[in-house]
Write a protein that binds this ligand. Structure first.
Ligand code: 2P0
Length: 323
């Protein structure tokens, strides 16, 4: 069998995913809306081989545990009827230890490469389902541009998949990531979500508020209404963090520079720049900018005390095979 290489971009949720209706199948408690990034990507090569007695993983050149990828490969082995173990080599274009999640682009690239290597020929919805079983946010990285993840209602999760809302080229927003701490050890998203679900008195209110944010964000994307997207996006991020802050013990993902960046983004918007913020399960700030405004926002965020570096990227395409 041939080695197959695939790539997938990381994604950033504008309407956040935070909580599950089924932890085993990674079924989200509510939908989410994201943008897929062009320049923060994972490239993964899958090589099935009769010479292997177990799966192997090389992550950025280093041997890594296969606990999370072996179940994904098992499903492709089952569907294809081919029981070969695989060598998986995966590299991220963005700095590891920069606190930027790589599980979304990682699992999306893995399932696309495995699908081609095992010849299973799954369509995009089924690839999204397989990526979701690896990591909830990975379901969205199968698609490019603006993407919506459906929570689904079936117990087997077959309808909990992502679908595209709008191509990147149709509204080429720019993203600036302000890194405020490198190598930070946050509580993982999976653990943070579980703690919030189990202990936060605000969790239910958070989940109940998501459909209205999805509606606003969907309408904003359809109309290319940046102000409406900014309102829905900042509100979703702040509410997600409010639910996490109220967990026991409270999850405080932000540092001082994180908060300083949020204020700087608000100052810029008040002065007329098209920009809004979002923050995930870590201290980095992601600024979403109108086309051609990324460079100005990057320069301003780079000057905020405590910002270690900034990364600028365009929106990008969905996952695909390279070779
Ligand atoms: C999101 N995050 O919508 C939210 C906002 C982080 C904060 O999706 O447990 O790594 O593997 O499904 O996908 C990160 O969560 O969690 C995430 P699992 P995942 O982007």
């Amino acid at each position: 069998m041939e080695a197959v290489t695939a790539r997938a971009g990381a994604n950033i949720a504008l309407v956040k995913y935070w909580g599950k209706r089924d932890a085993r199948l990674n079924l989200p408690a509510a939908g989410s809306i994201s943008v897929t990034l062009a320049d923060l990507e994972t490239r993964t090569t899958v090589t099935p081989s009769p010479e292997l007695d177990f799966d192997e993983l090389l992550l950025d050149g280093r041997s890594a545990p296969t606990t999370r990828i072996a179940p994904v490969l098992d499903r492709f082995r089952m569907v294809s009827g081919c029981d070969l173990y695989c060598r998986v080599e995966s590299t991220n274009s963005f700095p590891t230890g920069a606190g930027l999640a790589s599980s979304a682009s990682g699992f999306a690239a893995l399932v696309v490469a495995a699908d081609a290597a095992f010849g299973t020929g799954l369509d995009d919805a089924r690839l999204s389902e397989q990526a979701r079983l690896g990591s909830g946010s990975a379901a969205r990285s199968i698609f490019g541009g603006f993407v919506e993840m459906a929570p689904g209602s079936r117990d087997d999760g077959s309808d909990a998949v992502a679908s595209p809302l709008l191509d990147a080229a149709d509204w080429p927003l720019e993203i600036v990531v302000a890194i405020t701490e490198s190598g930070s050890k946050s509580v993982s998203s999976t653990d943070g979500m579980n703690l919030t679900m189990n202990t936060s008195p605000y969790y239910r209110a958070w989940v109940e508020s998501v459909p209205a944010d999805l509606e606003r964000a969907r309408a904003a994307v359809a109309a290319r209404d940046f102000d409406l997207l900014a309102e829905a996006g900042e509100s979703s991020a702040l509410k997600m963090h409010a639910s996490a802050l109220a967990a026991q013990p409270g999850l405080l993902y932000w540092n001082g520079a994180t908060v300083a960046c949020l204020h700087e983004v608000r100052r810029l918007r008040a002065a007329g720049t098209g920009v809004f913020f979002t923050v995930d399960a870590g201290p980095q700030v992601k600024a979403i900018c109108l086309p051609a405004q990324g460079a100005q926002v990057a320069a301003r965020l780079a000057d905020v005390p405590g910002v270690v570096r900034v990364i600028e990227t365009a929106l990008g395409p969905g996952a695909g095979v390279l070779t």
